[in-house]
Write a protein that binds this ligand. Structure first.
Ligand code: FES
Length: 156
């Protein structure tokens, strides 16, 4: 997951597994991201060639979907909701506390690659506002003490 050279053989093996499936671009990139924690930029050309696309098309899909990243991300990706329902229930101060606790700004990854911090437009769980996710786990009705214990649980 860190800034180490990317094993293109592994990229090629994943491409080979997925190549014959129609519309394989998104599942293929999901597999590559699962393997590396991000989409290594050097895999864009092999992906494009395998699926008969232009590299710019692959790049466009990566940019469009927030789930994909071209940079290594932390083991735990924290996504804080910045939607209206969360905003009116204190989402802004929740984000402020998380930024302070992790000493990270939005879009940054910690030096030890443990955490990345992102925001999203809505996590689709407005009834639990304010919300955030750590990888695939939702946390709602957030409060400062709750945030501290969530972060501690992932720091172990
Ligand atoms: S506005 Fe935050 S979950 Fe919808």
């Amino acid at each position: 997951m860190k800034n180490e050279p990317v094993d293109l053989n592994r990229v090629n093996a994943i491409i080979e597994e997925q190549k014959d499936q129609k519309w394989a671009l998104i599942p293929l990139m999901q597999k590559i991201q699962e393997e590396f924690g991000y989409i290594p930029p050097e895999s864009i050309v092999p992906i494009a060639e395998a699926l008969h696309l232009f590299p710019s098309q692959v790049q466009g899909v990566i940019t469009f979907y927030a789930q994909f990243s071209l940079k290594p991300r932390g083991k735990y990706v924290i996504r804080v909701c910045r939607g209206t329902a969360c905003h009116v229930r204190g989402g802004k101060s929740i984000l402020k506390i998380i930024r302070r606790e992790l000493a990270l700004d939005v879009g940054q990854t910690s030096e030890d690659y443990l955490f990345s911090l992102e925001t999203v437009a809505c996590l689709g769980a407005c009834f639990l506002a304010p919300t955030m996710m750590v990888n695939k786990t939702y946390f709602g009705k957030l409060s400062p003490p709750k945030i501290n214990s969530i972060i501690k649980q992932y720091e172990k």
